[in-house]
Ligand binder design. Structure first.
Ligand SMILES: Cc1cc2nc3c(=O)[nH]c(=O)nc-3n(C[C@H](O)[C@H](O)[C@H](O)COP(=O)(O)OP(=O)(O)OC[C@H]3O[C@@H](n4cnc5c(N)ncnc54)[C@H](O)[C@@H]3O)c2cc1C
Length: 391
């Protein structure tokens, strides 16, 4: 097999890149280790920045998202039993975010790519990359028990945090920046209409809470928990009881309860590798960086990376120039670090840390008071949440 760009991983990064390249007339093939149903049902992120929404529409992939997604123009920050709305539209000149589940985005991207006869190899096993420093890198994999080789000009490592591309870069090249958090999120999907039409972020003395949604009938709710929390200790009744305590207000708010259809624990970390490229391989999305989910940025950052990569590849194939490709890491990392900062800040604003003392608690509440009472501070939150402009 031969193609211009070999893409490892059919997550948001790999699939959006495949569409951007196809639109520019650049041949590409995507190799994915899982089955199509698996990646189309995997429950993950759900908040799309304005720039991500605009890109999906520009690519002609946004029809179902515009019909079924929920456009939001604000969020609520809730602390000390009171809610405070951050009005994105007012603070950012009309911008908002789209609530549309990541696995629905994946379904739209896969079906459109296959309809254009794009190449996506599902269940590609034992994927490995080789000769990444040469002009002719290669991706090897096994499909249906048969060993295969994909020769390409460039490789895009879009294979997520646990993929193989990052680790294929020789030792000593990458600098790793890492931070773990002393908590995780216990998340549920529930067949229960959301109790509010916008997301609610709660800072409560018992810990963080988030009420989000997937549709007008399905809520997505999270609780701060231990990083190694045992799900077996959390029967549905206990989850609802804890959620009701954290979301309670002085005027008697209560969440709508319903059957829990999915639950899981997600760890929290911040992680960045520098640079995001080596030889003819470029890392994009979670393979190069992870953010804690509090700022709802993981998917959006993956999409921002591949926009830069697609522009660089387009420049190379149309003019032979490599300027943009050579600056890929530098351009992406400027955004990555700003998004890391925002995600860390939202996390530290809203969670209880195990070593918090009374001073830390009062300082955190003062910061929440400031963010919800100063237009300048609220604007900082809003412009980061809807997404910083793309370079
Ligand atoms: C449980 C969970 C919940 C999350 N919740 C949120 C959230 O609420 N908000 C938010 O903003 N972000 C969230 N995220 C993060 C967000 O989903 C990711 O940032 C986003 O998926 C990144 O996209 P990606 O394409 O870079 O990587 P991924 O989506 O991880 O895609 C990588 C793809 O590569 C494939 N792959 C891996 N290894 C190989 C291999 N060796 N060979 C071939 N294919 C391979 C994988 O199967 C996968 O399909 C969550 C992540 C997880 C894991």
């Amino acid at each position: 097999m031969k193609t211009q760009v070999g893409i490892v991983g059919a997550g948001p990064a790999g699939l959006v890149l495949s569409h951007l390249l196809a639109q520019a007339g650049i041949s590409n093939a995507v190799l994915e280790m899982h089955t199509r149903p698996y990646i189309e049902e995997r429950v993950r992120a759900g908040v799309l920045e304005q720039g991500t929404v605009d890109l999906l529409n520009e690519l002609g992939l946004g029809e179902r998202m515009m019909r079924q997604g929920l456009m939001h123009y604000g969020i609520e920050l809730r602390f000390e039993g009171r809610g405070h709305r951050i009005d994105f539209a007012d603070l950012t000149g009309g911008k908002g975010v789209m609530i549309y589940a990541q696995h629905e985005v994946i379904k739209d991207l896969v079906s459109a790519r296959l309809a254009m006869e794009g190449e996506i190899v599902f269940e590609a096993r034992e994927v490995c990359v080789d000769r990444i420093e040469s002009e002719k890198p290669v991706i090897r994999f096994v499909k249906n028990g048969v060993a295969q080789e994909l020769e390409c000009n460039f490789i895009a490592g879009c294979d997520g945090f646990h993929g193989i591309c990052r680790d294929s870069i020789p030792k000593g090249v990458l600098k790793i920046h890492d931070r773990d958090y002393p908590f995780g999120w216990l998340g549920i999907l529930a067949e229960a209409p959301p109790a509010s039409h916008e997301l609610i972020y709660v800072n409560h003395e018992r810990g963080f809470g988030l009420m989000s949604m997937r549709s007008p009938k399905v809520s997505r709710l999270y609780l701060q928990c231990k990083p190694d929390e045992e799900l077996s200790e959390w029967p549905d009744e206990r989850i609802w009881e804890e959620l009701q305590k954290r979301f309670s207000t002085r005027d008697g708010f209560s969440l709508t309860e319903g059957p829990v259809i999915q639950k899981g624990v997600t760890g929290m970390r911040s992680f960045v590798v520098e640079p995001m490229q080596f030889g003819r391989m470029f890392l994009a999305g979670d393979s190069a960086h992870i953010v804690p989910p509090t700022g709802a940025k993981g998917l959006n950052l993956a999409v921002a990376d591949v926009r830069v990569l697609a522009a660089g590849l387009k420049e190379f194939y149309s003019s032979g120039k490599r300027e943009l490709l050579e600056r890929y890491s530098e351009i992406c990392l400027r955004r990555v670090w700003k998004v890391q900062r925002f995600s860390w800040w939202m996390t530290s604003l809203l969670h209880r840390f195990s070593n918090d003392n009374e001073f830390d608690r009062r300082r955190q509440l003062a910061e929440l008071d400031y963010v919800t009472s100063s237009r300048a501070a609220a604007t900082t939150l809003a412009e980061n949440y809807v997404g910083l402009p793309l370079e």
